[in-house]
Design a protein around this ligand. Structure first.
Ligand code: FAD
Length: 290
């Protein structure tokens, strides 16, 4: 029988020292909702499990101009956060769409990002909010834009001796609205067929000063649709403009066909959901300004 050691460090320093000495064969566990099924199916065979749950990485706070979300914050914590509801509502909308209550109570934001599924629900709004991830190892810490974190399906720039400790979101400017929409094969317990998060900021005359469009499940990694964003910036919001941007987002996506949907269908859904999401965001801003 394979030997499996389990450690639950009390401090981040202890966890990082452990990984510095013994990163080979080590796996971090947070909620375990991804790792345990993978171990059971024989996809991964760790010899050491380092549990993060005793570390104080479970805060959501506003500090030094950033919204900071600890890596072990669960999907339920996000759903219940007033800070995120007022500053980053698309995060709350995405957390609401993840699995069902048991998985939401255990699954963490750090695990969702490190797992690096192209369909990871929280990655999509976080890209729209220009988030950064903090990666720590015993000797150093680095801050990486989320855009540069994912390198492919299940792949990230995280090294085996690093822990993702925190997600940082720059403060969202006034007159900003964001929206997340997920299309699954059913209303709950469904991995995204396509997901979209959009963020619009209007300037004092009502033109779009900043636009973000992020997509899930339609490329090897969660992605931003940079060309579609550029179409919107410095323009006056209008339905035709949103439709044009949505068509470009669809062109920029490169979905595969799999058991959940064909690539063609996903491309069409990128256009539909992007247009809908931009329109909803704009309507909400207009209502707020009235
Ligand atoms: C039934 C079911 C339904 C699901 N539905 C959805 C869904 O709708 N949407 C969705 O996006 N996901 C879904 N998931 C996937 C999963 O629940 C989430 O991705 C969850 O957020 C993973 O977090 P975790 O804490 O459980 O990760 P874990 O399983 O603990 O870890 C996942 C991976 O990340 C690594 N890791 C975890 N935390 C860190 C860290 N801080 N630093 C470095 N490495 C770390 C682990 O070593 C492991 O490789 C579902 C899973 C199940 C089983």
């Amino acid at each position: 029988m394979r030997k499996l050691e389990y450690l639950a460090p009390q401090t981040l320093g202890e966890a990082l020292e452990t990984l510095a000495k013994q990163s080979e064969g080590a796996k971090i566990i947070a909620g375990g909702t991804d790792l345990i099924p993978r171990m059971r199916s024989g996809i991964v065979h760790p010899t050491l499990i380092v549990d993060l749950r005793k570390l104080s990485l479970n805060r959501i706070e506003f500090k030094d101009g950033w919204i900071r979300i600890g890596a072990t914050v669960t999907h339920t914590d996000i759903l219940e956060s007033d800070l995120l509801a007022s500053h980053c509502p698309a995060m709350v909308e995405a957390a609401k769409e993840i699995a069902g209550p048991p998985i939401r109570n255990r699954g963490t934001i750090g695990g969702n990002l490190v797992n690096a599924s192209p369909a990871a629900d929280l990655a999509v709004p976080l890209l729209a909010y220009d988030a950064f991830v903090v990666l720590a190892k015993a000797s150093a810490e680095r801050e990486v834009p989320l855009m540069e974190f994912f390198t492919g399906p299940g792949q990230t720039v995280l090294t085996p001796d690093e822990i993702l400790t925190e997600i940082r979101i720059p403060v969202v400017p006034p007159r900003t609205i964001s929206k997340f929409i997920k299309l699954g094969k059913r209303k709950a317990m469904a991995i995204a067929v396509t997901s979209v998060a959009t963020r619009l900021t209007l300037d004092e005359v009502g033109n779009i000063s900043l636009a973000r469009i992020a997509l899930g499940s339609v490329a090897p990694r969660p992605m931003r649709s940079i060309m579609a964003e550029a179409i919107l910036e410095n323009m006056t919001p209008a339905i035709e403009l949103f439709a044009k941007s949505a068509r470009v987002a669809s062109m920029e996506s490169s979905p595969i066909s799999d058991i959940r949907a064909s690539g063609d269908y996903r491309k069409q859904m990128v256009a539909v959901l992007t247009r809908r999401s931009l329109f909803d965001a704009w309507q909400q801003l207009e209502k707020r300004d009235r």
